[in-house]
Design a protein around this ligand. Sequence first.
Ligand SMILES: NC(=O)c1ccc[n+]([C@@H]2O[C@H](COP(=O)([O-])OP(=O)(O)OC[C@H]3O[C@@H](n4cnc5c(N)ncnc54)[C@H](O)[C@@H]3O)[C@@H](O)[C@H]2O)c1
Ligand SMILES: O=C(O)C1=N[C@H](C(=O)O)CCC1
Length: 267
Amino acid sequence: MTAPETESRTVSRPEPNAEPIRVAILGATGKMGRYAVAAVGGAPDLELVAELGSRDPVSAALDAGASHLLDLTVPQVSPDNVAFAVEHGLHAVVGTSGWSAERRETLSGQLAAHPEVGVLIAPNFSVGSVLASAFAAKAARHFPSVEIIEMHHPDKVDAPSGTAVRTAGLIADARQAAGVGASPDATTHDPDGSRGALVDGIRVHAVRLRGLEAHQEVLMGGPGEQLVVRHDAFDRGAYMPGVLLGLRTVASRPGLAYGLDAYLDLD
Ligand SMILES: NC(=O)c1ccc[n+]([C@@H]2O[C@H](COP(=O)([O-])OP(=O)(O)OC[C@H]3O[C@@H](n4cnc5c(N)ncnc54)[C@H](O)[C@@H]3O)[C@@H](O)[C@H]2O)c1
Ligand SMILES: O=C(O)C1=N[C@H](C(=O)O)CCC1
């Protein structure tokens, strides 16, 4: 598969006459990586200095003169990659899933020793998906019931998706701030876990189906009505404007940002 050229969107604009941002991509041969190689390679203000695969040491990014690391790998190795970046003063933009609260806390500790470094952990680079999660978090405090269904291609190795975990966290925070209790649920017998995973007190159901790409529904229910906030990504081009925005912004935001919404003016 060759990644198509990425159309530019209005979310991110290069600074005129600025030094190019020197990017090393980890996971460059993966599905996201191939799209990112095309997007970064096609951006006039970015310079793709290294395309690294699973056999390359992360130190090759330094050897290539990178200023920024783009991590699109697997949850098992992403924390070590980012720790290396932080330790060597490289800014990092991370799309890899699996960044639990515990992992983010460890990373914050590492960043404390390198306060000039910026890291963005983006569970989802799609602007539409970030907006859908934000809308859902705004709406969910008005409904007694809320559940999330995430649906992905069957090659995905992690469940639930990073996006679902992030959405559940946003919804849980908004409901807690508004004093809304748990969704009503009379289930007392569920030996096989049919009611899904509980993430921050929100039920999350994961579907893996050939033909799907990345889809999420937040179902909200109240007496006599239902609101569904749905987002669909049909191919990985959906993520590239957010990837470019992240790379262009991260150096100016030292410390840890969790979620692309940190770089979007959503209010
Ligand atoms: N944030 C987002 O918007 C977004 C969107 C899509 C996918 N993702 C996530 O990005 C990650 C990659 O997704 P994908 O669909 O490209 O997966 P993929 O399986 O196609 O690619 C993974 C890449 O990681 C590489 N890799 C594996 N082990 C490695 C190691 N030890 N060191 C370095 N590289 C290693 C593989 O060679 C491969 O190139 C996943 O965690 C996925 O959930 C995030
Ligand atoms: O295809 C994937 O894998 C995706 N992973 C991210 C997640 O776990 O939320 C983003 C959506 C696509």
